[in-house]
Write a protein that binds this ligand. Structure first.
Ligand SMILES: Nc1ncnc2c1ncn2[C@@H]1O[C@H](COP(=O)(O)OP(=O)(O)O)[C@@H](O)[C@H]1O
Ligand SMILES: [Mg+2]
Length: 417
């Protein structure tokens, strides 16, 4: 089988790494990939949102399966176009991807199908949005409707702040067209967690759990990032909570898919707020998470290519997913200054000195001559498996000391229990 993976982050590196272990797979391509991914599979110079070139490449190279990593090509309808050409796709159609692409749509979906979520209202003009703010207590959450690369959600501590947020989103268009509509939402407190599920159109089968760290600095201080580290499994997932989620969230979501004719094949990532043994849905993402994927896929014992084909064929069973009991920790090495301004093009050294069982997933890297250079904010995800979280984290941090690039930054508290 020939597979094309779309995307260029550590998530896609983890997907390529896992697919490469499959006996069914003959060749793997990644578009566009990055420096590290090119040492694992063949990278091709096509951007993830260039639907036309991706389609052309897939047809002319007789690709059997396309795995779509990021949200943008999904929301733009890449899966629909490829399927029309008779190519198998792991990732939902435009219709399913709208659950991530439009927050107002996904909230309506949740309300319609009785899926527990925060109370909310949707506005398409800023005057009405501001007039109705007094229906909410503070803190209040203001969300741009469309894709905003994880920056379109503002938690406001006063009504004044909320009014400014509405202006920024709707009038100043800080997030472009994504801010034509806003969702105003009740603030939920609790412990945040995400649950990734494989979806085959008929069922949603949870993967092993993970805990991610979104803030830039230790003790959850500093700015929000794409994720600075992660570990799996996440101890918040008690059997009681798993049952609650199955009965109140997975069943109702599947019912919604059925009623709305959403043939969802791929990964559904459910963002949850957990309190008193119950969970509410913050949002749906319609693809693998980053950095969750970097700790979940290394724990998967089953063949990922086989699972993906079973999802596409509508034939996935719980026993198809076998997991190792080993625990996994990943720590992200970032460019100094991230998530704000940072420099790239710094030489990365020391990778050849790492212990053999360390896996380094590349986020933002590129090759130049014989060197590997930084090429993004989140550069490397340094990953290890071991019998306990403590041992895995110790292994990761010991090996990180051997890796060097100018202005390298990372959190020191990933996996501290
Ligand atoms: N209703 C809410 N109550 C409390 N925190 C929230 C709420 N909605 C979102 N958040 C916080 O904002 C973050 C981003 O919101 P989310 O809906 O996941 O959008 P996105 O990931 O697209 O930016 C969440 O991870 C959570 O920390
Ligand atoms: Mg989110």
């Amino acid at each position: 089988m020939k597979i094309l993976v779309i995307g260029n982050g550590a998530r896609e590196h983890a997907i390529c790494h896992k697919l490469k272990q499959s006996k069914m797979v003959k060749e793997i391509y990644c578009a566009p990939g990055n420096g590290g991914i090119s040492q694992t599979v063949n990278c091709i110079d096509i951007k993830a949102d260039d639907l036309e070139k991706i389609t052309e490449f897939s047809v002319s190279n007789k690709i059997d399966l396309v795995v779509i990593g990021p949200e943008l090509p999904l929301v733009l309808g890449l899966a629909d176009i490829l399927k029309e050409k008779g190519i198998k796709v792991f990732g939902p159609d435009k219709k399913g991807a709208k659950l991530e692409g439009s927050k107002s749509y996904s909230k309506e979906f949740m309300k319609k199908y009785g899926i527990p979520t925060a109370k909310y209202e949707v506005y398409t003009n800023s005057h009405d949005a501001k007039e109705n703010l007094n229906k909410f207590n503070v803190p209040v959450v203001i969300k741009a409707d469309g894709l905003a690369a994880g920056k379109g959600v503002l938690i406001c501590q006063s009504l004044e702040e909320a009014k400014n947020a509405i202006d920024d989103i709707m009038t100043e268009k800080k997030f472009g067209e994504a801010g034509n509509t806003v969702v105003i939402e009740e603030f939920l407190d609790g412990i945040e967690s995400s649950l990734l599920c494989f979806a085959d159109g008929k069922t949603l089968i949870p993967m092993e759990s993970a805990k991610d760290y979104k803030k830039a600095l230790d003790d959850d201080k500093g700015l929000n990032t794409g994720g600075m580290g992660c570990f799996s499994p996440n101890p918040v997932y008690t059997d009681e909570l798993k049952r609650f989620i199955k009965d109140n969230i997975l069943k109702t979501t599947l019912n919604g898919f059925k009623n709305e004719n959403i043939d969802f094949k791929g990964v559904l990532f459910i963002g949850l707020m957990i309190k008193d043994g119950e969970a509410k849905v913050l949002e749906y993402n319609t693809r693998f998470g980053d950095p969750e994927t970097e700790v979940i896929l290394p724990r998967l014992k089953s063949d990922l290519a086989e699972i993906m084909l079973k999802c596409i064929d509508g034939d996935l069973k719980e026993e198809d997913l076998q997991w190792t009991d080993e625990k996994c920790v990943t720590v992200v090495l970032a460019s100094g200054g991230y998530p704000e301004k940072y420099e790239t093009g710094k030489e990365i050294t020391g990778l050849e000195q790492l212990d053999e069982d360390i896996i380094v997933f590349n986020g933002g890297t590129k090759n130049s001559d014989e060197k590997i250079l930084t090429d993004g904010g989140r550069v490397l995800a340094v990953t290890a498996l071991d019998d306990t979280i403590e041992n895995a984290r110790e292994k990761v941090y010991k090996n990180i000391e051997r890796i060097k690039f100018e202005k390298m930054e990372y959190r020191k508290d990933i996996g501290n229990m």
